[in-house]
Design a protein around this ligand. Structure first.
Ligand code: HEM
Length: 497
């Protein structure tokens, strides 16, 4: 036990990572350090899947041989390695039980099994009540609600993230990206997650609150931005896992989270009050088109407007869901590129000379395949469910492993290699490439995220020459629902235009 605690605190340098792995019987090498030529995981199960009344003839799925506390601990410390090891040993369906969080789980990675869940949202709704974001954004936002409430909130927000709306954000994305790259000094070593965070925060604050530049913002609007940054810093703090555990399954925020949320809530309510006084025409009478304005104008089925607390929950959801995900996808893309010089050279050519959008799109897809920033989505089984040769009891939470799905040999030969060419000229099937989840809960901001990734990745490739590195691949860290590069996607700029 002492070994685990010490190793965990020191962030698993390779030596201590090995100690943790041996102590907890996790196979080495860690999944992210595997030889690119190594074959991926393979499914050994039939594709039959769906709800069943009677599981006669089917057996219980294999279970990880460890108690609830040990399972929680191993999973918290080395999530990726645990699931790669288990899938190699037990196949593509295996169970476990955690001391906290969702309790009994089954882990899945077979595309047909996953499709059986995604296509039946009523039988397998999103397991949002276990989301670590729930104490922050409340139970009623588009991310945390289920059933009719979810449908209503999604219907309200969807038009804000569709093609035309995203095209309207394009200029803001270009400008925010150019501004941040201008600040980047040649020779400087930066964590791309930080640059990505500033860009995505600029974009999302502009889309959600209509705050385009700080100088023109009101005091309350500036307070929203600074309290939001404090909240985001808390989520990147080394003790974030503790904060998460303290808040697990709690409908209300507790401890440090409560303290950080209080000023943020005050600031958001002050902005809402300002807007109510101003009316939808804005201070200069020119009209506003930001998401806050849309939410304030919305009417429920009963004709009543949304309460301020509901608007607050929705706004916070969009900022939180859209921020860390996109910035760390940028960071992973360059973490991969700086360790794959051939691919980097090809990507630079595509961005600078050939204007080859298809290659850049393939690059982004490959980055999200090999390092999906949300590695798991969860669904709750409301009835017994067949997954191939096994039956799983109702009440169990199905964890759909996007990470394992993306490393199946039959879908992606040599999946540990970073090879954008595999997506060239190929429209990825939504059943096989799933960085944004799927079904009726598919990421609401996928279009905006892709627009941001295209701009940020292309501008960096065009304007900055990056040093290649022979440092080992960055250790994936699991934080809240995300999997992020342990060093933030650390790169060095050799020069910049
Ligand atoms: C690369 C960036 C992003 C990734 C990888 C990502 C991934 C995901 C995933 C996996 C889900 C869960 C889907 C499921 O359960 O099947 C999700 C949900 C969601 N995402 Fe994203 N996301 C990204 C960016 C964004 C952005 C930019 C926004 C908005 C500003 C956003 C807003 C949301 C919302 C509101 C939901 C909940 C949808 C619902 O439950 O109906 N995301 N995202």
């Amino acid at each position: 036990m002492t070994t685990i605690t010490r190793a965990a605190r020191s962030g698993f340098g390779s030596g201590l990572g090995g100690t943790v792995a041996r102590t907890l019987s996790i196979p080495e090498p860690a999944w992210h350090l595997r030889d690119p030529a190594r074959p991926g995981i393979s499914g050994r199960n039939s594709d039959d899947a769906g709800p069943v009344d009677d599981g006669a003839g089917l057996s219980a799925a294999p279970s990880l041989p460890m108690g609830r506390v040990r399972a929680s601990l191993t999973y918290t410390l080395r999530e990726g390695d645990v699931i790669f090891g288990a899938s190699e040993r037990y196949g593509d369906v295996f169970r476990s039980e955690f001391a906290g969080g969702p309790g009994r789980i089954v882990m899945l990675s077979n595309p047909a099994h996953i499709a059986s869940l995604m296509s039946r949202p009523d039988g397998a709704p999103s397991a949002t009540r276990f989301s670590p974001l729930r104490p922050i954004v409340g139970p009623d936002s588009v991310l945390t609600s289920v059933g009719p409430r979810h449908k209503q909130q999604r219907g309200l927000l969807l038009p804000q993230f569709h093609g035309r709306a995203v095209a309207a954000y394009q200029q803001r994305i270009d400008a925010a990206t150019a501004r941040r790259i201008d600040e980047w000094q040649p020779g400087e070593r930066v964590a791309l997650a930080d640059i990505g965070q500033q860009i995505t925060l600029d974009v999302i604050m502009s889309a959600v609150f209509g705050i385009d530049d700080e100088a023109g913002a009101t005091r309350a609007e500036r307070a929203v931005r600074s309290s939001m940054i404090r909240l985001l810093h808390l989520s990147t703090h080394p003790l974030a896992t503790v904060v998460q555990l303290v808040n697990a399954r709690s409908p209300e925020p507790r401890g440090a989270l409560k303290m950080v949320l209080r000023p943020l809530d005050r600031a958001i309510y002050a902005v809402i009050a300002e807007r109510r006084r101003e009316g939808a025409d804005g201070p200069d009478g020119g009209g506003r088109s930001d998401i806050l304005t849309v939410l304030m104008a919305a009417r429920g089925d009963d004709g009543a407007p949304l309460a301020d607390s509901e608007i607050r929950d929705e706004l916070l959801t969009l900022v939180l869901a859209g921020h860390e995900t996109t910035s760390n996808s940028v960071a992973w893309t360059f973490e991969r590129l700086t360790r794959n010089p051939e691919v980097y050279r090809r990507a630079v050519l595509a961005a600078r000379e050939d204007d080859e959008e298809a290659y850049l799109e393939a690059l982004i897809n490959e980055s999200m395949r090999s390092r999906p920033v949300v590695p798991i989505v969860a669904r709750e089984l409301l009835s017994d469910w067949r997954f191939g040769d096994y039956v799983v009891d109702r009440g169990v939470v199905a964890l759909i492993s996007i990470l394992l799905l993306h490393h199946r040999e039959e879908l992606y030969p040599r999946p540990y290699a970073f090879d954008p060419e595999r997506f060239l000229g190929v429209k990825p099937s939504p059943q096989k490439l799933m960085p944004f989840g799927g079904g009726s809960r598919r990421c609401l901001g996928a279009g905006l995220a892709m627009a941001e990734l295209r701009v940020v990745v292309t501008q960096i490739l065009q304007r900055v020459d990056l040093a290649m590195t022979d440092a080992p691949a960055e250790q994936p860290r699991h934080r809240n629902v995300t999997m992020i590069p342990g060093r933030g996607g650390l790169v060095t700029a050799l020069s910049r235009d």
